[in-house]
Design a protein around this ligand. Structure first.
Ligand code: SF4
Length: 493
C-alpha cells in the first residue's frame, strides 16, 4: 500500500506522524510524498487556531482530489475535538483521536482486509475496532474523542458539545507511547510528554490531548538509547507542557535531563518549549554546565501585560518572565531565546498591547512565534468580555511580526564574527537565483558514489539556533564543526 502523510501544527505532531510512518514502512508499506497519488492518506491535525483547522480541511479536500478512491485517515487534535464535522467531509474514512492514533499500524495490520489489501480501492471491508458497531462506507466511523481509563471501553459515540469537551479534559490520562521522528538522519523530535493540566483560558489543548502524562525516566532513557543507536546526533525534547514531565509519578524533569545528558552518542539536546514558571534556576544551571544541552530556549510569553496574562490564567507575571530571561543571559550570554506571543486576546486594548510591545522590546528575546487569537470551542475565554475586533487582532499580529524581525536581526548581528559549533544536516540544497531549494531524491551521501557539484549546498544549525550553509561535503554530514559566522554563511528565510 502507498501512504502519504501531511502534518499540521507542532513538533509533537511531527514526531507522532514520523513514528507512525516509520512503523508502517517497516511493515512493508511505501511512504510517498504528500501531493502524490496514494492508497491511504494520513492527516495529523491541529486545533490551535481557526486557521490551523482551516488548513486541516484543505488537506482533506486535497487528498480526496488526488485520489477519490483512497482511504483518508484524519487524526490528532482537530480530529479529537471536531470528530463529527470531520466525519462528514467527503472522502474521510477514519477519524482517530489523540489517544488512539498511535495504534493505527496495529489497526491496519489486524484488519482481515489489510493483509496488503487495504490499498485495494475495491476492497472496502471494515477494520475491526473497539467500536465496530459504528462503521461507515465499509470502513470505520469511530473517533474516540474521550480519554477513557485504561481498560475502560471508549464512548459509544463522539459528540461535540461543551459538556463532552469538559468531560474529556477531566478524564484520567491514558497510556503514554514514546515516539520520535526520523526525517533528517541527524536530528530527531522525541516526544517525552503529552497533555496539559493548566487550562489557560484560550487553549483547547487539554480537550484535544487530555491531562499531562509521560513515561517514567527509566522508560524514557531506554527509548533515548534506541534513538542514539539509530544514529541521530541531535534530539529535540518535545511535549505539550514539557516541564511537567514526571509530575504524576513523583519524578522530575531535571532528573530526566541529567539522565539524558549521560547517554553516549547523542551530541546535542534542545528543549523545544518550557513554561517560564517551570524553568527553575536548577534547570538553568544544569543546562549551562551540561555536556549536551544547548543554549537555546523557547519560553511561551503570550502577553507582556499582567492584566492580559491574568485573563489568560497564565501561571506567571511579567516580573517572573523577565527574571528568567535575565538569568539565562547571565549564565549563557549567547543563548537564543524564542517566545510565543498571542495577538488580540480579550482585554488587549491599545494600552495593554503597547505594554506587550515595550516588554518584548526590553528583553533579550531573539525572535517571536506570533499567533492570532481565535475563539476555541469549550474554552473559558468564550465567556470573557472585552473582545478585540478581528481587524485589530490582525493589526496587532502584523506589529508583533515586525518587532520579531527587528529582534531577530539584532540577535544575528550580535553573533556575527563569533565562532559557533554547527551540526551539519544531510539534505542537499541547490541555489537558483538566490533561492535555496531541497534536492529531491538525493541518495544518502555516505552510500552515493556521485558527489554533487560543489554549487550544491548543505545546511546546519549552530548551538544557539542560527542556520548556516556551506558547500556540500558528504564527509561533514552528522558532524559538528566550529564555524565563524558571517553575512555570507548565515541563512535567512
Ligand atoms: S500551558 Fe496553557 S497554553 Fe500551554 S498547552 Fe497547557 S493550557 Fe494550553
Amino acid at each position: 500500500m502507498t501512504i502519504a502523510a501531511h502534518t499540521l501544527g507542532c513538533k509533537l505532531n511531527y514526531a507522532e506522524t514520523s513514528d507512525i510512518l516509520r512503523r508502517l514502512a517497516a511493515e512493508g508499506h511505501t511512504v510517498v510524498d504528500w501531493g502524490r497519488p496514494a492508497d491511504l492518506y494520513l492527516i495529523n491535525t491541529c486545533t490551535v487556531t481557526a486557521v490551523a483547522e482551516k488548513k486541516c480541511r484543505t488537506a482533506i479536500h486535497q487528498a480526496h482530489r488526488l485520489n477519490p478512491e483512497a482511504r483518508i485517515v484524519v487524526m490528532g487534535c482537530f480530529a479529537q475535538v471536531a470528530a463529527k464535522e470531520i466525519e462528514a467531509i467527503p472522502g474521510v474514512t477514519l477519524v482517530l483521536g489523540n489517544d488512539r492514533k498511535h495504534l493505527l499500524p496495529q489497526i491496519l495490520k489486524s484488519s482481515p482486509a489489510c493483509g496488503g489489501d487495504l490499498g485495494n480501492p475495491g476492497n472496502q471491508a471494515p477494520l475491526p475496532t473497539q467500536n465496530s458497531a459504528q462503521q461507515k462506507n465499509g470502513f470505520i466511523d469511530s473517533a474516540q474523542r474521550r480519554f477513557p481509563k485504561i481498560g475502560e471501553q471508549p464512548a459509544a459515540s463522539p459528540t461535540n458539545d461543551f459538556q463532552d469537551l469538559q468531560d474529556l479534559a477531566q478524564r484520567e490520562p491514558t497510556a503514554f507511547p514514546l515516539q520520535y521522528s526520523s526525517g533528517d538522519r541527524t536530528r530527531t523530535f522525541f516526544k517525552i510528554q503529552d497533555g496539559c493540566d493548566y487550562f489557560c483560558t484560550y487553549c483547547a489543548i487539554p480537550f484535544a490531548r487530555g491531562r499531562s502524562r509521560s513515561a517514567t525516566i527509566e522508560e524514557t532513557l531506554c527509548a533515548a538509547r534506541r534513538i542514539a543507536d539509530s544514529g541521530a546526533r541531535e534530539v529535540v525534547l518535545t511535549g505539550v507542557n514539557t516541564g511537567t514531565f514526571g509530575q504524576h509519578q513523583g519524578e522530575s524533569f531535571l532528573d530526566l535531563l541529567r539522565g539524558l545528558d549521560a547517554i553516549p552518542g547523542i551530541q546535542r539536546y534542545r528543549i523545544s518549549s518550557i513554561e517560564p514558571n517551570l524553568l527553575t534556576d536548577d534547570i538553568l544551571r544544569f543546562v549551562a554546565s551540561s555536556r549536551a544541552f544547548l543554549p537555546h530556549f523557547h519560553i511561551p510569553l503570550q502577553a507582556g501585560s499582567d492584566h492580559v496574562l491574568a485573563l489568560m490564567h497564565r501561571r506567571y507575571d511579567t516580573a517572573l518572565y523577565r527574571s528568567k530571561l535575565l538569568s539565562i543571559k547571565a549564565l549563557m550570554p549567547d543563548a537564543c531565546i524564542a517566545a510565543d506571543i498571542m495577538a488580540g486576546f480579550n482585554g488587549e486594548n491599545e494600552e495593554e498591547f503597547r505594554k506587550t510591545l515595550d516588554f518584548v522590546d526590553s528583553l533579550p528575546i531573539s525572535y517571536l512565534h506570533v499567533f492570532t487569537y481565535s475563539d476555541r470551542p469549550g474554552t473559558a475565554a468564550l465567556r470573557l468580555a472585552e473582545k478585540v475586533p478581528v481587524a485589530v487582532r490582525h493589526e496587532h499580529t502584523a506589529r508583533l511580526l515586525e518587532l520579531s524581525e527587528r529582534k531577530h536581526n539584532a540577535f544575528i548581528q550580535s553573533q556575527l564574527g563569533t565562532t559557533r559549533p554547527v551540526l551539519w544536516e544531510s539534505s542537499i540544497k541547490s541555489e537558483v537565483g538566490g533561492r535555496k531549494s531541497e534536492v529531491k531524491n538525493n541518495l544518502p551521501p555516505q552510500t552515493s558514489n556521485l558527489r554533487p557539484p560543489t554549487s550544491y549546498l548543505m545546511e546546519g544549525w549552530t548551538d544557539n539556533y542560527i542556520r548556516v550553509s556551506a558547500p556540500y561535503d558528504p564527509a561533514l554530514v552528522g558532524t559538528v564543526t566550529q564555524v565563524l559566522l558571517g553575512p555570507d554563511n548565515i541563512v535567512r528565510d
